[in-house]
Design a protein around this ligand. Structure first.
Ligand code: HEM
Ligand SMILES: *[C@@H]1O[C@H](CO)[C@@H](O)[C@H](O)[C@H]1NC(C)=O
Ligand SMILES: *[C@@H]1O[C@H](CO)[C@@H](O)[C@H](O)[C@H]1NC(C)=O
Ligand SMILES: *[C@@H]1O[C@H](CO)[C@@H](O)[C@H](O)[C@H]1NC(C)=O
Length: 519
């Protein structure tokens, strides 16, 4: 036995040295430095797939490298640690594009036909006048501050107001906090996008959506979806039918948002079929709702669970409530401009809880500056958590949740100074979330209404530590357990919740939306 063990050990040692050597041999001298880990190929793979953000942060702190090569079997993968390198990656629109990820999503998540995919690819997937860039420009226009955003926000506010009216009518009510936030933001976003003919006003389509949403991670993986995500595929088929009805009967022209109007007129010279358009729309709903629900949940969590944050924020937003003859009026448009603490809290939530990672495919060998060679066929991963927890960017308070961090200079602690570009909650560079103003407006509206309209009592009267669960591909994690809270209506009498058109502000959280580079 001992000799068998010894020879096994020798074999392992030989294989190990061979793999280590292979890692270095295959590695070009100009590529970023390779990280091998305890077991070549396996340790990095385990870190990337299982540990994720925890692994990336550990690698950053252990290596102090601006960018490194993660040696996993098959493809070269480069992980970016420094903001400066990230900004260089962002500039290589044509060789490190996002478009192939979008095309993959159309195929795997939306189930677009092979003919449709060919049309999306066209002669050149990256053509500026092709389908994907045209779609990007249309979404950016529809989501930008102005009349379109105000109309979306007004519609969303109506849905929120109605949800609170129903709560009030019932008196003290037990509410599953995540479910409430999810349903409210889902209803608000889809009503805003699709207008009076929103397909998601029926129980049937909402149930199908729940099934489809649960299957999304599996569809993204794209491994035997017909078997492993069978129910999700069936539900998707029925949702596609609902959108065929919506677009086929021109229901989008009767009160549908500019978002829907514009994205359905994008440059698709060869003509996508109605059914492929309907499939892509299912993906659009996913993009618009998948991250908003957990984002809104942690915003609500942040203002309710910490007594200091709660007191500051309620005081701030109560100033917007006017009472006359027993009617309380709040204009949710004013939250954007007159509640800097709420806005700062929202942004700190997005910094603190963010689990998104930007992924770019390498189309051509690309040099970043003169320093780093990224090899064609590989991928670049830029995990937001790495930038959001970098002490050199955020200062010594980086690991604390500080709801005043994003106030204007002079109103916050000097120790929270940071470069505006260090915030990556909605992406950056050429891949900036077009729904950022809508999502932010919704999250702020929900925070404001929770603060002014109800008192919230946690289970057992005490808020536990944040129940951070898995993110399963979302930009923020889901809660790890259900939180059954009590909503107690505060002011008896009627409420008037409005969203006025008086100014065209958006919610400027990303550097690209600001005028100065330092906040
Ligand atoms: C809290 C809510 C949201 C978060 C955290 C979020 C986050 C992001 C991030 C980080 C990206 C960039 C991805 C990358 O760099 O690889 C992105 C892209 C995108 N988001 Fe959002 N998003 C949210 C809400 C929305 C909404 C409401 C919509 C639509 C109405 C939307 C539509 C999109 C689309 C279409 C893209 C792709 C952009 C492109 O093609 O250039 N998102 N989002
Ligand atoms: C559509 O393509 C034309 C040229 O082919 C271009 O000028 C126009 O900007 C494109 N439209 C959009 C919305 O991208
Ligand atoms: C969302 O919409 C559905 C269907 O119209 C409705 O049953 C549900 O009460 C709504 N929920 C919220 C929180 O708005
Ligand atoms: C409130 O009541 C006063 C006196 O009854 C009346 O003059 C005023 O118009 C009322 N305001 C509103 C908004 O109804």
């Amino acid at each position: 036995m001992p000799s068998a063990l010894a020879s096994a050990a020798t074999v392992i040692a030989v294989i190990y040295s061979f793999l280590r050597a292979l890692v270095y041999l295959r590695h070009g001298s100009r590529e970023p430095k390779p990280i091998v880990g305890a077991i070549p190929y396996l340790s990095p793979l385990y870190g990337m797939l299982i540990e994720q953000d925890k692994f990336y942060k550990r690698m950053r702190d252990e290596t102090h490298l601006p960018i490194y090569t993660l040696n996993i079997p098959g493809v070269p993968v480069y992980i970016v640690n420094s903001l400066e390198v990230l900004q260089r990656v962002d500039r290589h629109i044509d060789t490190l594009p996002f478009a192939p990820m979008k095309a993959q999503t159309c195929k795997k998540v939306c189930g677009v036909s092979q003919a449709g995919i060919s049309k999306i690819y066209g002669n050149n997937l990256l053509a500026q006048d092709g389908y994907l860039y045209s779609h990007q420009r249309a979404s950016a226009q529809a989501g930008a501050p102005g009349t379109s955003l105000n109309a979306l926000s007004r519609s969303a506010s109506k849905v929120f107001a109605a949800a609170f009216d129903r709560v009030e009518a019932r008196g003290r009510t037990a509410v599953d906090l995540y479910e409430f936030v999810h349903d409210a933001t889902f209803n608000a976003t889809t009503d805003a996008m699709y207008g009076p003919h929103n397909p998601f006003r029926t129980e049937k389509n909402l149930n199908d959506w729940a099934v489809f949403e649960a299957g999304l991670p599996m569809l993204f993986l794209g491994f035997l979806p017909g078997i492993l995500a069978r129910r999700a595929c069936k539900a998707r088929q029925r949702l596609v039918a609902a959108f065929i009805d919506y677009f086929g009967n021109d229901k989008h022209l009767d009160g549908g948002s500019l978002f829907v109007q514009l994205t359905n007129r994008v440059n698709d010279s060869t003509g996508l079929s109605l059914v492929d358009k309907a499939r892509i729309e299912v993906g659009q709903v996913a993009a618009a709702t998948f991250n908003t629900a957990p984002g809104a949940f942690w915003c609500v969590w942040a203002i309710l669970s910490d007594p200091v944050v709660f007191k500051d924020c309620r005081k701030e937003v109560m100033r917007l409530v006017d009472e006359e003859n027993g009617t309380h009026t709040i204009d949710l448009a004013r939250v954007r401009t007159e509640c800097p603490l709420l806005v700062s809290t929202l942004q700190e939530v997005m910094r603190f809880y963010d689990t998104a990672a930007s992924l770019r495919l390498i189309y051509e060998d690309t040099m970043l500056g003169d320093e780093y060679l990224l090899k064609k066929g590989g991928a670049v991963i830029m995990p937001n958590a790495v930038f959001h927890t970098d002490e050199t960017l955020w200062g010594p308070s980086v690991s604390e949740f500080d709801h005043t961090r994003f106030l204007k200079a002079g109103h916050r602690k000097s120790s929270t100074k940071h470069p505006a570009a260090a915030f990556r909650g909605f992406g950056g560079g050429h891949v900036l979330c077009p729904g950022r103003h809508l999502a932010s407006t919704e999250m702020l509206a929900l925070m404001a209404l929770i603060l002014v309209r109800v008192d919230v009592v946690p289970p057992g009267g005490k808020w536990p530590a944040a129940p951070i669960g898995l993110s399963a591909g979302r930009a923020l994690p889901l809660p790890s357990k259900r939180m059954l809270v009590d909503f107690i209506p505060r002011a008896a009498g009627k409420w008037r919740v409005i969203f006025t058109d008086e100014d065209n502000s958006g919610v400027s959280l990303v550097a690209e939306d600001m005028h100065s580079t330092n906040s």
